[in-house]
Design a protein around this ligand. Structure first.
Ligand SMILES: *[C@@H]1O[C@H](CO)[C@@H](O)[C@H](O)[C@H]1NC(C)=O
Ligand SMILES: *[C@@H]1O[C@H](CO)[C@@H](O)[C@H](O)[C@H]1NC(C)=O
Length: 409
């Protein structure tokens, strides 16, 4: 930065005023930073087990969709298993911390305080209502097995009402438009909803199925935007075929021939590419729409292939589970098969159980989302979405003055 140090007599007044301006800017910037910490922001979360902080503890579902038993949460950050599908924290816990918010409560937690946001996510949930929907034993009546994206959106209406009662209409509108909406969902549509469903496979080609999933996700974004939401974060899909569970399934199918389940990864990649296109279009169509997208397909693959580069030792096997790669989903012994193995040092692993990463991976994802740059994360990162233009530092603002514009004032 170039602060003018000597003033030619002719320009003396201009020079003085530019210094005054400079001081004013510095003062403004200080105020901006105070405002940043004092401002009321919120985080709303929609999704599946990657970001569920405990909603499934409160619904009738099977043990596969729950994580409120040991050894989930064993690293001791929480004093008991909370329903998070991890050995400790999950992405949204870190994001809340970086955004200086308290932990975001699950929507269904009794008497939860919604004023810093709510987590609607549900383990096993899909974008499509059909995904992992339960059928009551002995009948064809669907029951609540997971809370799909549609239902999560309905719950948002309830939160909106309850906030309006508490904060008033004006404050609620403001909170909704300044909040960040983090959406992490889709894996279950491809795993259980498509690959695991002979009916869906018969009915739909890959492209048709992806179009349906993306179509419903787009509608959900539009619904939220219609309610005033502006800032969105998306977790793209990981290479699904390399999850220990799918690696084990591929091994069975190939009769021992290792490697990832290629069809699952191909679906994830195609989904990500469709999502990327849709988001670029929405940015033009929807007023004020700002987003953070990510490329976690490549990000994950790099860690799976080179775990030691990122502080891990094992990128292939689950810490908790049974069978090849720990890919049989038995972690915790609450499911049909009660025997399971548990590794000694979970922090050495990428995968905590047959489907979910360890806290260490959740943390690295969160750091990338928060601070990342294109092509891995963008066009905005989450820090931008939470703190936006106020985040301009003093030097940013002073450097702006170097353009010569200051002379005009
Ligand atoms: C949303 O998904 C349903 C199936 O759950 C499908 O019938 C419908 O066409 C999808 N909507 C869009 C806009 O793709
Ligand atoms: C577990 O066992 C129950 C009862 O035998 C059965 O209905 C269910 O389908 C089984 N679940 C899995 C995932 O195999």
């Amino acid at each position: 930065m170039a602060i003018p140090v000597s003033c030619a007599p002719l320009h003396f007044t201009i020079c003085i005023s530019s210094l005054v301006l400079l001081l004013a800017i510095v003062t403004l910037a200080d105020d901006g930073m105070l405002a940043e910490t004092g401002k009321k922001r919120a985080l709303f979360v929609f999704g599946d087990s990657i970001v569920d902080t405990g909603n499934n503890n409160y619904i009738k579902t099977n043990p596969e969709n729950r994580a409120n038993y040991k050894p989930y949460g064993q690293n001791g950050f929480f004093d008991r298993p909370t329903g998070r599908f991890s050995d400790g924290r999950v992405i949204v816990d870190f994001i809340a911390e970086y955004a200086k918010l308290p932990l975001i409560p699950p929507f269904l937690q009794p008497s939860a305080d919604y004023s810093s946001g709510v987590d609607f996510a549900s383990g096993g949930a899909g974008i499509l209502s059909e995904t992992n929907q339960g059928l009551s034993p002995g009948s064809n009546v669907p029951f609540l097995q997971v809370i799909d994206l549609q239902m999560q959106l309905k719950s948002f209406d309830q939160v909106e009402k309850s906030l309006a009662e508490k904060l008033g209409e004006h404050q609620t509108r403001r909170l909704i438009s300044e909040a960040v909406y983090f959406i992490s969902i889709g894996s279950n549509d491809y795993m259980g909803g498509y690959l695991g469903s002979p009916t869906a496979r018969k009915l739909y080609q890959h492209q048709e199925f992806i179009a349906m999933v993306i179509g419903n996700l787009t509608q959900a974004i539009q619904v939220l935007h219609g309610k005033g939401a502006r800032n969105f974060g998306f977790l793209s899909l990981s290479p699904l075929g390399c999850l220990p569970a799918l690696r084990a399934a591929a091994m069975e199918a190939n009769e021992g021939g290792g490697g990832c389940f290629e069809e699952a990864s191909t679906l994830a990649m195609a989904h990500n590419s469709a999502l990327k296109t849709i988001l670029m279009n929405l940015e033009y169509m929807l007023k004020g729409f700002k987003y953070c997208n990510s490329n976690f397909y490549d990000w994950f693959l790099d860690r799976i292939d080179n775990p030691t580069k990122y502080g891990f030792k094992d990128g292939m096997n689950a810490c908790c589970g049974t069978g090849p790669y720990g890919g049989i989903f038995t972690c915790g012994g609450t499911k049909n098969i009660t025997a399971f193995e548990l590794c000694k040092e979970a922090e050495d692993y990428i995968w905590w159980d047959s489907f979910h990463p360890t806290e260490g991976v959740h943390k690295q994802i969160s750091e990338a989302l928060w601070d990342g740059t294109p092509p891995s994360v963008g066009p905005h990162n989450l820090r931008d979405l939470f703190f936006g233009s106020e985040k301009l530092t003093i030097s940013d603002m002073v450097d702006d003055q170097d353009g010569g514009d200051w002379r005009v004032i």
